[in-house]
Ligand binder design. Structure first.
Ligand code: GLN
Length: 535
């Protein structure tokens, strides 16, 4: 079968959960045995979200091949288990850069370069995945932003052209919002009608409408939307608020969203896949009632800033039959005096990744507190670096130990730049990014947890453990148990005499999926629960 294309757009307001719907469609088609990929097109000018503040854009998700991408790619991977690449995250900036570089190179000599057709052709080329190495059955393309945004107009024009060109091989799924007006006690479809009109004015007739709603929509309302918007009744699906985003694929399947897509394309629908392991997971999620309390020590008090970490803890909790209750602790507010009261009742702490000076001393104070009291502690990237600095200051007695990121003049740069990073001046895409190999030391806790000797995990950092201090650390009980086999960089530290005190230079959270929760998160949560049971 030739590749089929599904475009997912959104209208009325942002934050409707287009990423979750796209990921759910991906999951449902995958369950039917199709080869699927999901990609996101974002209308902003940044080449990638790597330089964006998490307050602007939430977490930056990193792919195996080292692309810094939108957090929706995290949903795609967690829902489907598909590994995305740099081709799955495209911005207006990247499109323009390609076209402008080509123009400077002389590839269009004599021509005036314009949004239509040059920019739209480049968008189409990427939407079609013309360079894809493997044959795909379905390409799902989610377009960021809301219909009517000035920025997304070239993406819409590309979709319009593609639908004309591809005929039945392309479908458009449009997500809108149906607000409930309390005073009138009514659900309102007018914004949806307007949004569809806007889409139609750009030459795009949606095939399927997904209506986000906080209240159940009856058939009458769905019928009204169907007739006003030129859409079949069976193609009007509702996405009600769910207790968990992982219920969404099942709800979509129950309403026949995947079947509607297949019918539109002209593929025999066949039997509905059972998705047994997904249902088993949901059953576990619904049953989990006991709670485990974990402190997230970081500086961004925004849910989305540590999205993959939160989801990894959540998933690991569910597989351990508990609800993970996360308590965000702003590390800027942590002092030696209040750390005890702030961490009271916490079964474990996770020290978050990050950049720059703000809030780091609080992370170091927290690390000292949990190390000296044997409270399970998981440090990720900057979190691991702070565990290393704390150990240098308080155990190795190098009082001024630091990372040269925060103090370039320290006498004890226990965290320092790699040689090859020292000559880099640009900020965008220049960190150590993507998956690297790591060898796990025999008899270490991490080796037992992973159950293998070699792993691949994703990175996003500039600074590294400084191997000059390696023997000193090992000698005093902080072991460097994960190392890159090619360049000896330290990837994991642990204190084996403690119950769970592990820091990773890489980001394991990017690799947790619904069906395969990450072993480090699994073991961390398990240890935290065991600790609570004893207490
Ligand atoms: N700022 C640190 C570095 O660049 C850690 C980065 C991170 O936590 N992702 O090495």
């Amino acid at each position: 079968m030739n590749t089929k294309y599904i475009f997912v757009t959104g209208g009325v307001v942002s934050s409707l959960g287009k990423g979750i719907i796209s990921a759910s469609i991906g999951k449902l088609l995958l369950a039917r045995g199709y080869k699927v990929t999901i990609q996101k097109f974002d209308p902003y000018i940044n080449i990638d979200p790597g330089t964006l503040n998490p307050y602007e854009h939430g977490e930056c998700y990193v792919t195996d091949d080292g692309m810094e991408t939108d957090l929706d790619l995290g949903h795609y991977e967690r829902f489907t288990g598909i590994h995305t690449t740099r081709n799955n995250s495209i911005t207006t900036g990247r499109i323009y850069k390609t076209v402008i570089d080509r123009e400077r190179h002389g590839d269009y000599l004599g021509k005036t370069i314009q949004v239509v057709p040059h920019i739209t052709d480049e968008i189409k080329h990427r939407m079609l995945r013309e360079d894809a190495e493997e044959q795909l059955d379905f390409v799902i393309t989610e377009v960021g932003g809301t219909i009517g945004d000035i920025e997304s107009a070239p993406f819409m024009e590309a979709i319009r052209q593609l639908r004309w060109q591809l005929g039945r091989d392309a479908v458009c799924v449009h997500l809108t919002y149906v607000p409930y007006l309390k005073a009138a006690d009514e659900l309102k479809t007018k914004p949806t009608q307007h949004s569809v009109k806007e889409l139609q004015s750009m030459g795009i007739q949606p095939d399927i409408l997904v209506l986000r709603t906080e209240r159940h929509l009856d058939d009458g309302l769905r019928m009204k939307v169907a007739s006003f918007c030129n859409v079949d009744l069976e193609c009007v699906v509702q996405s009600e608020d769910m207790p968990s985003i992982y219920e969404v694929p099942v709800s979509m399947q129950r309403q026949g969203l995947d079947a509607a897509i297949l019918r539109k394309i002209g593929i025999p629908v066949g039997e509905t896949p059972a998705m047994k392991s997904w249902h088993d997971f949901l059953a576990k999620q619904r049953q989990a009632s006991r709670e485990v309390h974990i402190a997230l020590v970081g500086k961004y008090d925004l849910q989305d800033a540590y999205k993959s970490i939160r989801e990894s803890l959540n998933l690991a909790g569910i597989y351990n039959d508990v609800k993970t209750k996360m308590h965000f602790l702003n590390s800027e507010d942590i002092t030696p005096e209040n750390v005890g009261s702030k961490l009271e009742g916490m079964a474990g702490i996770l020290i978050c990744p990050g950049f720059g000076q703000r809030g780091i001393e609080g992370k170091i104070i927290a690390a000292e507190y949990t190390r000296s009291r044997d409270i399970p502690t998981f440090g990720i990237c900057l979190g691991m670096q702070m565990m290393v600095i704390e150990f240098a200051r308080n155990v190795l007695k190098h009082g001024d130990a630091h990372s040269t990121e925060m103090n370039p003049n320290t006498q004890h740069p226990v965290i320092d730049l790699m040689e090859e990073q020292k000559t880099i001046t640009g900020m965008g895409g220049t960190m150590r990014l993507g998956a690297y190999e790591c060898a796990l030391q025999e008899n270490s806790k991490v080796r037992a947890i992973y159950g293998k000797s070699h792993i691949q995990e994703r990175h996003r950092h500039r600074y590294e453990f400084n191997n000059t201090y390696l023997d000193e650390y090992e000698h005093h009980g902080m072991r460097c148990v994960g190392r890159n086999p090619n360049n000896d960089l330290v990837e994991i530290v642990e204190i084996p005499t403690l119950r769970w005190y592990i820091g990773t230079q890489f980001h394991p959270e990017y690799a947790s999926t619904v069906l395969h929760p990450h072993p480090l998160f699994m073991d961390f949560i398990k240890t935290c629960i065991d600790g609570t049971a004893q207490a």
